[in-house]
Design a protein around this ligand. Structure first.
Ligand code: AHG
Ligand code: MN
Ligand code: MN
Length: 334
């Protein structure tokens, strides 16, 4: 190992960014640091998932009516605990919990931010050693600091996000997060246990060659979506097709790849589920924010995802996200 290598750690990076804003309190840096800490703990468990008795079902069904895997529960606990112990978070909402959790101790009620997360995304892939992830979203609370947070702090439109990000537990472990200042990626260096800046200032190519969708649902999509998918498969002088189809079934990995390489990811509504499967607050909004900050776009098929006013914590939404020119093309079909 080359110890002379220049590295910038996540902590150094967030502190550096703070210096440009003398009025900033540093709470967001703390929050990101805590998320990084929880993710490292989850990473340790994900890495040995095949070795220990942590695979399989926890025997409970989550609020979405799905089986909860043990690692989902573990990840949910880690993120909740680390954020509760930290000084920057006044409450959380999670895909795995029926309701939000308000941290009502004296320290937490004085925190500015709430955090929403999907602690383990793509959990059906755990048992088969395929990349999974964590998705998170940070909002400034709308209720006064010094009080206990309420539902309205969580039910904010995505355009109010202060930061959003994800962790991919993949061939290497990466954390990517966006603020209004841009999108940056950090790779976990396991030899020193530090997140190190590896992908500064990520921008999404305005066009790519990848489309990602669950083809098995093709005949359940509406006509516009079917026509767009068919166009992706056809050779066309204007769009440069045919495109390549890539779909892992872990949204974090699918969107991460498309963000870096250029592409489009879709989880449309189906005949049985007009709002699709993905959750607006835990999955769609964070990715809409990240990809939009990187120069791409996201829509529910009608309006930009970030403009949707949420009414329920666990509401679902059709979701289309990706390279800006591919999104333009898609919208001509919808
Ligand atoms: P989760 O594991 O948090 O429930 O999310 C899985 C999601 C998402 O990651 C993925 O893109 C999608 O489910 C795959 O769904 P289909 O199998 O219906 O395509
Ligand atoms: Mn998910
Ligand atoms: Mn999940």
């Amino acid at each position: 190992m080359n110890f002379n290598r220049q590295i910038q750690t996540l902590d150094e990076f967030t502190i550096q960014q703070l210096r440009d804003f003398p009025e900033a309190t540093g709470e967001l840096s703390h929050l990101l640091r805590n998320i990084g800490l929880a993710a490292k703990r989850v990473n340790v468990e994900v890495n040995k998932a095949g070795l220990v008795d942590i695979l399989g079902d926890a025997g409970t069904i989550n609020v979405q009516g799905e089986e909860v895997k043990k690692l989902d529960v573990f990840a949910n606990d880690q993120f909740t605990r680390v954020l509760h112990h930290g000084i920057a978070c006044a409450g959380i909402a999670s895909e795995e919990l029926d309701d939000f959790v308000a941290f009502d101790d004296a320290k937490s009620i004085n925190s500015k931010y709430v955090c929403l997360f999907d602690p383990l995304d793509g959990s059906a892939n755990i048992d088969v050693n395929v990349s999974i992830g964590t998705i998170f979203s940070v909002y400034r609370r709308v209720t006064p600091v010094g009080t206990v947070v309420t539902r309205e702090d969580f039910l904010q439109p995505g355009n109010q996000q202060v930061a959003a990000g994800y962790v991919v537990y993949g061939s290497s472990t990466m954390m990517v997060y966006a603020t209004r200042r841009g999108v940056n990626g950090f790779t976990l260096d396991p030899s020193i246990g530090e997140w190190t800046l590896s992908h500064p200032d990520i921008t999404c190519p305005d066009k790519g060659r990848i489309y990602s969708v669950n083809h098995g649902n093709f005949f359940k999509y509406d006509e516009g979506v079917r026509n767009y998918i068919t166009a992706c498969q056809q050779k066309d002088k204007t769009n440069g097709g045919p495109y390549t189809q890539r779909y892992i079934g872990s949204m974090v990995s699918d969107v991460h790849r498309n963000l870096i390489k250029g592409g489009i990811f879709m989880y449309p509504g189906t005949t049985g589920k007009p709002n699709g499967k993905l959750r607006l607050l835990y999955e769609c909004n964070p990715f809409a924010f990240i990809v939009t900050k990187a120069g791409g776009r996201a829509t529910n098929g009608t309006i930009p995802t970030l403009d949707v006013i949420p009414t329920e914590l666990h509401q679902r939404s059709p979701f289309f996200v990706g390279s800006s020119r591919m999104m333009d093309e898609l919208e001509t079909y919808l």
